[in-house]
Design a binder for this molecule. Structure first.
Ligand code: MLT
Length: 268
């Protein structure tokens, strides 16, 4: 698989990094916090023979630039600018994990006419509680003072099922976290703290949705996921029992197989 590295200049002036491969219907992947396109490598490899895959990096992560603070709506605008430049004539299959899922909800709100399907993995529609907002803003300050690893190290083990933490998956996650830019981490936490709540909108989302959860996910637990997913009028739910929060990395075969089955059933 040849991964093409593309840098696009958005209307707002920021540089958006996109890693792309393959040909066919377009899938756009949006990574979780505080990761980058590398969390999707298994899916890019597996899917490139039948889909045009694009992994977009959030502002400040990977090779995307960070030009000051932003809102999650701005990231949805970034996704739309990538779609217009790289896949102008087609609607896209949008796949977002956790923070990527929050952006996917925003994309649906503004650009739903350009969506073929929506895959919401290990994510949730609700906004932060007041306590969660305070914790995020405290973490943003701590990252700026102490750096990424001291502030986020304790979070890393919560991202995966216990056996994944000590495996090569745990190592790859730690590498991504350690390579994250402190200002990007702080900006993402600040943006997530003020994100909108989508709970009331779930019954209005007519786009076909695949909702994925991990049986060991302690951040967006499977039982809570099942409850909100039930409000989507057109959805499939897949729970991967052995996975934690990073199901595409922890259980790549099961994640990709569920995704392919869903996408093929919605590809003309
Ligand atoms: C993620 O994996 O993107 C984060 O858990 C999202 C969050 O902090 O809410």
């Amino acid at each position: 698989m040849k991964l093409h590295e593309i840098s696009l200049i958005a209307d707002a002036g920021n540089t958006i990094s996109v890693k792309s491969c393959g040909r066919g219907s377009t899938i756009v992947f949006l990574h979780g916090f505080p990761l980058d396109h590398r969390m999707w490598l298994s899916q890019l490899i597996e899917l490139s023979d039948r889909f045009y895959c694009m992994a977009i990096e959030v502002r400040g992560f990977g090779e995307s630039s960070l030009d000051g603070e932003y809102q999650l709506q701005d990231l949805a605008d970034d996704v739309e600018q990538v779609r217009r430049q790289l896949s102008p004539d087609r609607s896209v299959h949008l796949v977002g994990l956790s923070m990527g899922g929050y952006v996917a909800f925003e994309y649906w709100r503004k650009y739903r006419q350009n969506l073929a399907t929506l895959t919401l993995a290990n994510t949730k529609p609700e906004a932060d509680s007041q306590d969660a907002k305070v914790q995020r803003l405290q973490m943003a300050e701590r990252v700026k003072r102490e750096g990424v690893w001291p502030a986020l190290q304790s979070m890393v083990s919560r991202l995966m099922a216990p056996e994944a933490v000590e495996s090569s998956v745990g190592q790859r996650v730690a590498e991504m976290v350690q390579s994250a830019n402190p200002s990007a981490v702080a900006a993402a936490q600040t943006a997530m703290a003020s994100r909108q709540d989508f709970c009331q909108q779930l019954p209005l989302i007519r786009t076909p949705c695949l909702v994925m959860a991990g049986g060991h996910d302690v951040i967006t637990p499977a039982d809570a996921t099942e409850q909100w997913a039930a409000k989507l009028p057109n959805h499939k739910l897949r729970i991967i029992p052995s996975a934690g929060h990073l199901s595409p990395m922890e259980s790549p075969e099961q994640f990709t197989a569920s995704l392919v089955e869903f996408l093929i059933s919605h590809t003309p």
